[in-house]
Design a protein. Structure first.
Length: 158
């Protein structure tokens, strides 16, 4: 058996894909990588006729609604016991109109840390965060707000 896949690439993913040969040896299922690229390239590929040859697409849940024509619901393919490691809220995020269209591979949770020596409470809104950040901002030694600033840490946080 061969499974044809289209994969998003990048430093966060490529190490996982390097392990596909171990999966093939253990399960007896060959993995043929039909496409690999960044999100814009993957989305372009998925709009072509060649994408129909793929059995599996590795992408982000947020893209699933726009790629729904290429996807099949997983509910009938997965035993409910296979989903017990996922929280109900996480699975709900992977559903479109109540049907499960993806199996989450990770959860990206943003945390806000603040210095109690600079502000006395955590901001309750984005506007309050902006106000507090401006109030404590004293470049070049002190900046009121920091965020991931490269690759998906930058654009994935928006």
């Amino acid at each position: 058996m061969t499974v044809r896949v289209a994969l998003i690439s990048g430093p966060m993913y490529d190490a996982l894909y390097a392990r596909l040969s171990y999966f093939s040896q253990e399960r007896g299922i060959e993995v043929e990588i039909v496409f690999t690229g960044d999100h814009p390239a993957l989305n372009t590929f998925l709009a072509t006729d060649a994408a129909a040859a793929c059995h599996l697409v590795s992408t982000h849940t947020k893209y699933a609604p726009s790629q729904q024509a290429l996807l099949a619901p997983l509910d009938a393919l997965l035993n409910p016991a296979e989903l017990t490691d996922f929280t109900p809220q996480l699975l709900a995020l992977a559903r479109i109109d109540g049907q499960l269209y993806s199996a989450p591979r990770n959860v990206d949770v943003r945390l806000l840390h603040y210095r109690t020596d600079l502000i006395d409470h955590a901001p309750a809104t984005w506007d309050e965060l902006l106000d507090l950040a401006r109030a404590v901002n004293r470049p070049p030694d002190l900046y009121g707000f920091l965020f991931p600033g490269m690759e998906s840490g930058l654009f994935g946080a928006l």
